[in-house]
Design a protein around this ligand. Structure first.
Ligand SMILES: *Cc1c(COP(=O)(O)O)cnc(C)c1O
Length: 356
């Protein structure tokens, strides 16, 4: 065997239905490889990638309806959520708490843990969205941050962001919107989720999910420069003076890849992709319903359905990568690599699993 044949191949996406990662856009892949060794964590030494990052942040501002965005391209949604909690904690006094819906991503548990703040989870409504009254009940004078999710990880739900903004404002707390997954599809829907729709202070939006950038590329955005100032620490040994990021050295691949994906796809390419993905989700939901499963309507391109474990085990043995929610529902994320043909072939595999 030659050396090339022995080298392990990366995961094929043709049976991956559970992941929020996808094939990067070709231009993004190319840019990522070019900027692998440039460190945007030290912008004075690496000015070209620093400029690409400013362009990427400006483009993300266009996506989220924020004219003068402050932020950076980090390692992902987890880092951005940690940073949102950290900024809120540092801009408030004393022991603070964070109030989030139960549907919030598990990264908020990590944030609460490393930052030593209390995380209060509020019940969701019958449609898996944040229940505004339940959130208001958990908020008190020590609440530094209220979290809304725009595109939940398990059911693709969009929280009532303007109402949560009012709850936060009444309590003197900040509002963070986690649009890690949903941020690149929501601009093409009627949902109120963005900086333009409500008094949002910070947002998470991941180019490395629906944005079709290579991993790692996460977005952290803030309305005010004070948020980044609160996060910045002095960096004596670098050419640059201060660093607001959580990571130190970062790969230029994420920054350059995110910028290239945004340049290639915003807005028309993302709109086309949203329409394809949403149509696929609706197709899958209808087919599953026809087969007698309980299906949660796909508000965004994510389908959840009550499929018996036995059938899931059988399709997994067939090579399908599927996952379930905490409640045990199958969840299929209609990412850009998920085609109608893939879904048809998955449905066939499911039918076979159901008949044995
Ligand atoms: C995926 C996801 C995250 C975590 O993002 P990573 O990039 O995996 O760190 C956070 N919030 C939501 C809503 C997500 O879907």
């Amino acid at each position: 065997m030659t050396r090339a044949e022995q080298r392990p191949a990366p995961q094929d996406f043709d049976r991956v239905l559970s992941s929020m990662c996808t094939e990067p856009h070709p231009a993004a892949r190319e840019a990522a490889v070019e900027f692998l060794a440039d460190n945007p964590g030290d912008p004075a030494t690496y000015p070209t990638v620093a400029e690409l990052e400013r362009e990427a942040v400006a483009a993300l501002g266009d996506v989220v309806g924020l004219e003068d965005p402050h932020g950076y391209v980090g390692s992902g949604g987890t880092e951005a959520n940690v940073q949102a909690v950290r900024a809120a904690r540092d801009l408030a006094d004393g022991d603070v708490n964070v109030v989030a819906p139960e549907s919030a991503h598990f990264s908020f548990r990590k944030a609460a843990d490393v930052l030593d703040v209390e995380l209060r989870l509020a019940a969701t409504d019958d449609d898996h969205r944040a229940d505004v009254d339940a959130v208001a009940d958990r908020v008190d004078g020590d609440t530094a941050l209220v979290v809304g999710v725009a595109g939940t990880t398990e059911y693709g739900r969009v929280d009532p962001v303007p109402a949560l903004a009012d709850v936060a404002a009444d309590a003197g707390a900040r509002l963070h919107v986690d649009a890690a997954w949903g941020g690149f599809v929501l601009p093409f829907t009627d949902h109120d989720w963005s900086f333009a729709d409500a008094d949002v202070d910070t947002m998470t939006i991941d180019p490395h999910k629906m944005g079709q950038a290579p991993v790692p590329a996460g977005g952290f955005l803030a309305r005010d420069p004070e948020t980044l100032d609160a996060l910045a620490v002095d960096t004596p040994y670098l050419e640059s003076d201060a660093q607001p990021t959580l990571g130190g050295t970062r790969s230029g691949a994420g920054v350059a890849g995110a910028r290239a994906a945004l340049e290639a796809l915003w807005p028309d390419g993302y709109r086309d992709q949203y329409e394809r993905s949403q149509a696929n989700a609706e197709f899958l939901a209808a087919e599953l319903r026809d087969r007698g499963y309980d299906v949660v309507d796909p508000v965004l391109p994510l389908v959840a359905a009550d499929v018996p474990d036995r059938e899931l085990e059988a399709v997994r043995e067939d090579g399908w990568r599927v996952s379930t929610t905490a409640g045990g529902d199958l969840r299929v994320v209609c990412m850009p690599h998920v085609t109608r043909e893939m879904l048809a072939s998955f449905l066939e595999a499911l039918s076979e699993a159901g008949s044995v």
